[in-house]
Ligand binder design. Structure first.
Ligand SMILES: [Zn+2]
Length: 153
């Protein structure tokens, strides 16, 4: 029991550190930044690579407006696949937020934000919450389970 708790805490600490770095890059802590971070963490784990692996590139779709586009910076911060180094291919979508992580040997994994979760977040954000409340929502996403947030294929 104690071992399990320690392990869980370790994982959270790692995620917290990643969030801190991404916030420094992005400028603020918001829910969609954290969604991008968590998508990136899953992509690296599923493909068994570390950030910046030369074989890795990412193709993602998102709505082309803030706050949805904040997801892009989360993915860039975690994977080091960026618009600038041409390892991140961006496509606008009318709704879906999804990232396909690909290795040059053909291995892929796709992480998609659950439509229900996205709807929930859109509703919350449309209520003109304060930046403090937004941070609270972002913190909940740090703690949420992967299965609640994403479909992984
Ligand atoms: Zn943002």
């Amino acid at each position: 029991m104690i071992a399990l708790d320690t392990k869980r805490q370790g994982a959270n600490e790692e995620l917290e550190k990643a969030v801190e770095k991404a916030v420094d890059f992005h400028g603020h802590l918001g829910p969609f930044l954290v969604i991008g971070i968590r998508m990136g963490v899953i992509g690296l784990r599923e493909l068994e690579v570390k950030k910046g692996d030369p074989k890795l590139h990412v193709a993602m779709t998102t709505k082309p407006s803030v706050p949805f586009s904040c997801t892009i910076d989360g993915i860039q911060a975690i994977t080091r696949c960026t618009v600038g180094n041409r390892k991140l291919n961006l496509q606008d979508s009318s709704g879906d937020i999804s990232a396909k992580f690909q290795l040059s040997d053909g291995k892929t994994t796709t992480v998609t934000l659950n439509p229900g979760k996205q709807e929930e977040l859109e509703t919350l954000i449309s209520m003109h919450v304060s930046s403090q409340e937004l941070e609270g929502i972002a913190r909940n996403i740090i703690l949420a389970s992967e299965s609640e947030l994403f479909k992984i294929e």
